[in-house]
Design a protein around this ligand. Structure first.
Ligand SMILES: [Zn+2]
Length: 309
């Protein structure tokens, strides 16, 4: 059971639903999407975990991004860590990769003994190798004392440098597209086509034509968003405000533009996530939805940690 809290702006204009521990959507679907962390930026917060999503299909977990707390969020969502099979990183920024190694390591410590494939931009290979080196003491101790299988040979890393088909198996076909998140290059969005639904995760990007192409006709688009009027309040709390403001506005997508992208792609549902600011009580769910609905006529959902869509 997953605790869920959602405000959904539907075709009727605005409809709100507040549901706790009652997964109405997704329960009978074969392919589940759970938002594990919906806050944007690396600063740990009380209200939301670092950027991460999991798609679960036939008991196999496909994780997209590994922000702070991802392993814990797996447990809270009730997804067994031993279901971990594929990890896709959108880009190498700490709010998306801080717990990449930890997720694999702690899944293994929880009993994972099967193959994991990790996909993402360089230097993923080196990061993985160094992570295992850094934690060799614990890993070797557990192999010797607890009879666990060696960890490093389970993990197969695939560095991605261009868009296109990433992988396919019996549950999903995964396609990547380059998105625009300078100075982090490359940065990817991913599309997951399952027999019952298609799901696109934008990663961090400015409004992206590649993403519109990738998301054409998808059922669900999870898009990172910025609420521009609140950025000054967000930055009043940090020392490097002016540089950070320019960086945030230049490298992210406003909620209005996310709606534009969703409309151009013709997706059915737009999920706002990687919310910036993540924890400004003056920015209400209604404000996020109204901004996204300026240009989008489908359903808008404001992402919340552990929401299943
Ligand atoms: Zn980010």
């Amino acid at each position: 059971m997953i605790s869920r809290r959602s405000f959904i702006g539907g075709t009727a204009g605005f409809a709100a639903s507040l549901t706790l521990a009652n997964p109405v959507h997704g329960q009978n679907r074969r392919t589940r999407l759970i938002l594990l962390g919906t806050g944007g930026g690396p600063r740990p917060r009380k209200e939301s975990s670092g950027s991460a999503q999991v798609i679960v299909s036939n008991g196999v977990a496909y994780v997209i991004d590994c922000g702070d707390g991802v392993a814990r969020q797996f447990a809270t969502a009730g997804v067994p860590l031993t279901a971990l099979r594929h990890i896709f990183l959108t880009h190498q920024h700490s709010d998306h990769n801080a717990d990449y190694g930890n997720l694999i390591w702690l899944a293994w410590a929880s009993g994972l003994s099967t193959r994991v494939d990790a996909w993402g931009p360089p230097p993923l290979e080196q990061m993985t190798k160094l992570f295992f080196q850094m934690n060799a003491y614990d890993i070797d101790t557990r192999i010797a004392n607890e009879g666990r299988v060696p960890l490093a040979p389970l993990v197969h890393v695939h560095e991605l440098r261009a868009g296109g088909e990433v992988m396919r198996d019996e549950n999903v076909r995964v396609t990547a597209a380059l998105v625009d998140h300078p100075p982090v290059v490359p940065a990817f969005g991913y599309r997951f086509d399952a027999p019952d639904r298609s799901i696109v995760i934008s990663g961090d990007t400015t409004p992206s034509d590649n993403l519109i192409t990738l998301a054409k006709g998808a059922d669900v688009l999870v898009h990172s968003v910025l609420y521009v009027p609140a950025v000054d309040r967000l930055l009043a709390r940090v020392p490097n405000a002016s540089t950070l403001k320019a960086s945030i506005i230049a490298h992210q997508t406003s909620a209005e533009d996310a709606g534009r992208v969703a409309q151009a792609a013709g997706v059915k549902t737009l999920v706002l996530s990687h919310l910036v600011p993540a924890d400004d009580p003056m920015v209400t769910e209604r404000m996020w939805i109204d901004a996204a609905r300026t240009h989008f006529r489908g359903t808008v959902i404001v992402g919340r940690d552990l929401l299943e869509i």
